[in-house]
Design a protein. Structure first.
Length: 534
């Protein structure tokens, strides 16, 4: 409960105006809803007394109140979505931002499906709960008003409805624990289905070439059946419990009306009051359904909050403050212990890379070379030792400055689902510079065979691996950072393209620090230093 209140305070600070308006309109809305049956009951009372003019006047007032109610309902719906959007946007932005603060090792705890469901579905659960919390609080106050009205009519009627309400509330809170467990299982199976579906799409080439469809398809079917079965069980149990409680309430309502008839017979109440009792019971039934929903939603909320918490759990706030107005590009690894302590990837590794040089990383184990790059990119942190650039610990350098001076191109580069031009403009918005670099590395020749040239999307089947690798290299040259990392990206180029790139890198090494992971003799031949990680 403390966590729920703390979360609400956080969201209220984010959207104070939206919450304030939502409180006001929710109170007005529920008050009008309670007023309508009172007005109609008075109409019946006046008709029974033959006060027809007064009855008509009350009907006219009822029409005005109904118009106000409908207008308030529309306004309430507008405010709901405005508040929901603000909370959802905040939560989504937080998750995306904090993902960037997690190490690759931390993020490896998530499957693609789990992460997607947290960022989309769990955020929706949290946003919905804290958007509905105002109206639900007002509905709880409505309970108090209705019970007070019953007490004012007759104390036995009040005690009857109060005792029955408490009894059902106790039963409902106990039974929803089972629903929470079922919901947890539904979320788990949905994560598995989402992950496996993504894997199926990403691995379709291997599935076809190794004729794996039947086995993969059967695995997908098993997971989807698990999800559908769990989802069916959850919904069936939810509906069964909800209908059981509503049946009990309907029974109590009719018993209360029977008691009201006896009160009417003894002239304790008027006939209109009997209508109010019947209508107010409907409000109790509706609000009780809300309470059941809140109870279950509260449990589901805690599951979603725990899942979201996992993303924040291992994120590291960027505390680096050192600014780098000028960068020489000297890099020092000193006694670096990285990986698992009992089986490290880098075991007390030390080396020095001078500024403005070409450096080749050598190792029989590719994980060692990738480890160096992961550490330089701050994707993970070492257990022991120091990594410095220009004699400053990289963790003391603010990320904004740090990643301006460093960039990487990989063996299997990632591009966004945009055109070639859009992907390159993300790095530098000077299109003339982009065209110039593409011409220098010979990429323009390959683009000339594409109908749309720079406007071709990266999912085009005519863009082969050589073109994608050249695009990746174009991207790092366009950024023109002081330190350039090439992770096995030069080796897979065609011979002609490779020679052009090596010539450009030799020229760039006059004022850039270049680190290359490679097995290619041509690349090794132009290196100023070879760093043997073994």
């Amino acid at each position: 409960m403390k966590r729920t209140i703390a979360e609400f305070k956080k969201y209220f600070k984010i959207a104070p105006q939206e919450y304030t308006f939502k409180i006001i309109i929710s109170i007005i809305l529920r008050a009008l809803l309670l007023l309508i049956p009172v007005l109609f009951s008075n109409v019946i009372n006046e008709v029974t007394k033959s006060n027809y003019n007064k009855a008509i006047m009350l009907i006219i007032i009822s029409i005005i109140v109904t118009v106000l109610y409908r207008f308030s309902e529309c306004l309430n719906n507008y405010l709901y979505h405005k508040l929901y959007n603000k909370i959802y946007q905040y939560n989504y932005d937080q998750i995306v931002s904090v993902t960037n603060n997690n190490s690759i090792f931390s993020l490896s705890r998530f499957t693609m499906g789990e992460y997607s469901n947290i960022a989309i579905n769990d955020v929706a659960v949290i946003s919905t709960f804290y958007t509905n919390i105002i109206m639900r609080t007002v509905q709880f106050l409505e309970f108090i008003f209705i019970y007070s009205y019953f007490l004012n009519i007759n104390k036995f009627l009040f005690l009857f409805v109060l005792i029955f309400s408490v009894l059902i509330f106790i039963i409902s809170f106990k039974t929803t624990q089972k629903l929470q467990n079922l919901n947890n299982r539904v979320k788990l199976y949905l994560d598995q289905v989402t992950s496996s579906t993504n894997e199926y799409f990403l691995g379709i080439k291997e599935i076809k070439s190794f004729n794996l469809f039947e086995k993969i398809f059967q695995s997908l079917k098993n997971k989807i059946n698990n999800y559908l079965g769990a989802n069916k069980k959850y919904n069936n149990n939810s509906i069964y419990l909800n209908q059981s409680y509503l049946f009990m309430w309907e029974t109590v309502r009719l018993l209360s009306v029977i008691y009201g008839i006896y009160l009417l017979k003894d002239n304790v109440i008027e006939v209109g009051v009997l209508l109010i009792i019947y209508n107010y019971y409907q409000k109790i039934i509706d609000n009780f359904s809300m309470v059941l929903t809140v109870n279950l939603d509260y449990r589901i909320l805690n599951v979603s909050l725990d899942r979201v918490k996992k993303i924040f759990e291992y994120s590291k706030t960027k505390v680096g403050k050192e600014q780098m107005p000028t960068v020489n590009g000297e890099i020092t690894f000193k006694n670096i212990l990285y990986g698992y302590r009992n089986n490290p990837i880098l075991n007390k590794v030390s080396f020095y890379i001078p500024a403005n040089s070409i450096n080749v990383l050598y190792s029989k184990q590719s994980c060692k070379k990738k480890g160096v790059f992961e550490l330089l990119l701050k994707l993970n942190r070492q257990h022991e030792g120091k990594i410095k650039i220009d004699n400053i610990d990289i963790n003391d350098i603010g990320d904004n400055d740090y990643f301006k001076m460093l960039s990487i191109t990989r063996e299997d580069p990632f591009f966004f689902n945009m055109s070639i031009k859009e992907n390159l403009l993300l790095v530098n918005n000077d299109f003339d510079k982009i065209v110039d670099i593409c011409n220098k590395i010979g990429l323009d020749y390959y683009l000339s065979f594409l109908d749309k040239g720079y406007d071709t999307k990266l999912d085009n089947p005519n863009i082969n691996s050589n073109v994608k690798q050249l695009l990746s290299i174009a991207r790092i040259l366009i950024k023109d950072s002081k330190i350039m990392l090439f992770d096995e990206s030069i080796d897979i180029l065609e011979v002609k393209s490779r020679k052009k790139i090596l010539k450009i890198l030799k020229e760039l090494s006059k004022d850039h620090t270049i680190i290359i992971s490679t097995h290619d003799e041509d690349v090794i031949d132009i290196a100023d230093n070879i760093i043997n990680l073994d």
